[in-house]
Design a protein around this ligand. Structure first.
Ligand code: NAP
Length: 295
């Protein structure tokens, strides 16, 4: 079997286009332009690239955005002041603090300082709690993007057994909480595996849908999969590759060649889940700007 590719490009483009149209409608009917504030502390090149690319997407789809960049020795109090300023700014509907932050800053304190109605990353404890109990909320972008990929590629998780490998607060747990909801596009029977499992393959071989969010290159192989399953590879791992000019390349948590011989559908890395995160950030921002979620 050679699996069908679940291409993140057309799906993420369609979502960005929807966000653009929703923003146009907000402007036309209520005079609101969605506004997103980025806070970048330090000089991590990858973080700088992420923030620049998110700002570029905002401009492309008609959002207003501001970026506040601070040096690595910025105090926690200064970051909290910046957040307070954006919390009070009516032209800003979403606040994104780029992680990781320098070690002397407590990331949880930063997350908790953001007005939960502007928490477009979906990490604030109020949003986490609302997600768990099935109340409307801003949901983390990558997990929400995974759900969209499944639905839009004809792999609705409803009634299917989903095995998620990885239980991080960033990916694994929120994916579980999204796909468990008794709602259209969710309603999965879900299992989560992690380092406590003695034999990961015992779980993944039972799965109709495997979601790999592990951070280990090529960890899930074809022999660990049930024939005909769907595979969502969240992993982004940089490995050495002397054939590349940069000397490295990005691969996922799934060994693509063997997995695509067994699965019916699979996401590539790059070009899969990675493209969904910014698209869902735009969706969250327009949703936050509409002010309808928590009313
Ligand atoms: P993380 O916080 O390091 O969590 C990794 C999870 O995988 C943990 O729950 C860990 O289990 C589990 N795990 C690690 N090794 C394992 C093993 N040998 N067997 C079973 N479980 C194992 O990572 P993350 O933030 O969730 O990210 C996971 C991957 O997704 C990374 O490659 C990251 O770069 C990528 N990612 C991509 C996007 C995107 O596409 N936009 C966004 C976020 C993350 P324990 O809890 O037991 O330690």
């Amino acid at each position: 079997m050679s699996a069908t590719l679940i291409d993140g490009k057309p799906i993420s483009l369609a979502i960005k286009d929807e966000a653009k149209k929703e923003a146009e409608e907000l402007l036309r009917t209520r005079g609101i332009t969605p506004g997103l504030a980025f806070i970048l502390v330090g000089d991590d090149p990858a973080s700088e690239i992420y923030v620049r690319s998110k700002g570029k997407t905002c401009a492309e789809i008609g959002f207003h955005s501001v970026t506040e960049t601070r040096p690595v020795d910025t105090s926690q109090a200064e970051v909290l002041d910046l957040i307070a300023r954006f919390n009070a700014d009516p032209s800003i509907h979403g606040i994104l603090v780029q992680f990781p932050l320098p070690k002397h800053i407590d990331e949880m304190k930063v997350i908790e300082a953001i007005d939960y109605r502007k928490d477009v990353d979906g990490f604030h404890p109020i949003n986490v709690g609302r997600l768990v109990i099935g109340r409307p909320c801003l949901r983390p972008c990558t997990p929400a993007g995974i759900q969209e990929m499944l639905i839009r590629s004809g792999n609705d998780p409803g009634g299917r057994h989903v095995v998620i490998v990885g239980r991080s607060n960033l990916v694994g747990k929120p994916v579980l909480n999204i796909l468990l909801q008794k709602q259209r596009g969710a309603n999965a029977v879900a299992t989560i595996a992690h380092t406590g499992a003695r034999d990961i393959a015992r779980y993944t071989r039972e799965a109709d849908i495997v979601i790999a969010a592990i951070g280990r290159p090529g960890f899930i192989t074809g022999s660990m999969l049930k024939p005909g399953c769907t595979v969502i590879d969240v992993g982004i791992n940089r490995i050495p590759d002397p054939t590349k000019k940069s000397g490295t390349r990005i691969i996922g948590d799934v060994e693509f060649t063997s997995a695509s011989e067994v699965a019916a559908a699979i996401t590539p890395v790059p070009g899969g889940v990675g493209l969904m995160t910014i698209a869902m950030l735009m969706k969250n921002t327009v949703l936050a700007a509409s002010g309808t979620l928590y009313s």
